[in-house]
Design a protein around this ligand. Structure first.
Ligand code: DC
Length: 218
């Protein structure tokens, strides 16, 4: 089974997707980290502004072992990820790795921006996790230990605009996604709402057992 978890920055989708993977015993992929790796590799190779050629080369020769989690999590790298994510060739270069991960047994949870729409349009369960920009900025401010709420909010808004308005694979809820607004929820409530939504889909994803030998239906 594939569970697609999409949504804007700092809406809680990473926390929810990890919790779902733990709950169901599935594999987990944070696809944003792939774009962050490309953004960071492009910054290291060519500096700013990032050139499309440098970003495409970085995406095609990505070595996930050459980055530390700490350097990938910074806001600078998040912004670089959002910039390289606009480039269609970068997105194409990252598609296979995401799709082959999604096929892992017994199931996989992928979180990102275009999982339910482009990477895994056939995912059995799709969630779109969102929250108001103000709530997301407050959460990101706490996570970063930053004093400047206004700057964090401006960065969240800039990232929303870039991610939603790009031509290729923009951030948008899949038509068959369940939307969860976590603005008023704590983590426990948000995770439970996500499990309930996935359980509702799992009923239909589980094939009916075959009737015993010799028994006829009807
Ligand atoms: O989820 P995140 O903040 O780590 O993602 C960083 C950026 O990567 C995000 O602003 C847009 C891009 N991204 C994307 O375009 N598609 C994805 N599936 C995941 C991330």
């Amino acid at each position: 089974m594939i569970i697609a978890v999409d949504g804007p920055a700092a809406a809680g989708k990473g926390t929810i997707a990890r919790a779902l993977a733990r709950h169901y015993g599935y594999h987990f992929l944070d696809t944003g980290s792939l774009y962050r790796m490309v953004g960071l590799a492009a910054l290291k190779a060519g500096g700013e502004p990032i050139s499309p050629e440098t970003a495409i080369a970085a995406a095609r020769s990505l070595d996930p072992t050459s980055f530390t989690d700490a350097e990938l999590r910074s806001e600078t790298v998040g912004a670089a990820a959002s910039i390289v994510a606009v480039i269609p060739e970068v997105r194409a270069a990252l598609l296979d790795v995401q799709r082959s991960f999604a096929r892992r047994e017994p199931g996989a949870v992928l979180d990102g921006r275009d999982i339910g729409t482009v990477v895994c349009p056939d995912a059995e369960a799709k969630l779109f996790i969102t929250a108001s920009p103000e709530v997301r900025a407050r959460r990101r401010q706490i996570e970063l230990g930053s004093a400047d709420y206004t700057a964090v909010l401006a960065e969240i808004r800039a990232r929303d605009a870039r991610d939603s308005q790009r031509a290729t694979s923009p951030l948008v809820a899949a038509k068959d996604a369940v939307t969860l607004d976590t603005s008023e929820m704590d983590i426990t409530a948000a995770v439970q709402a996500a499990i309930d939504a996935v359980d509702a889909k799992r009923v239909y994803a589980t094939p009916y057992p075959s009737p015993p030998q010799g028994e006829r239906a009807g």
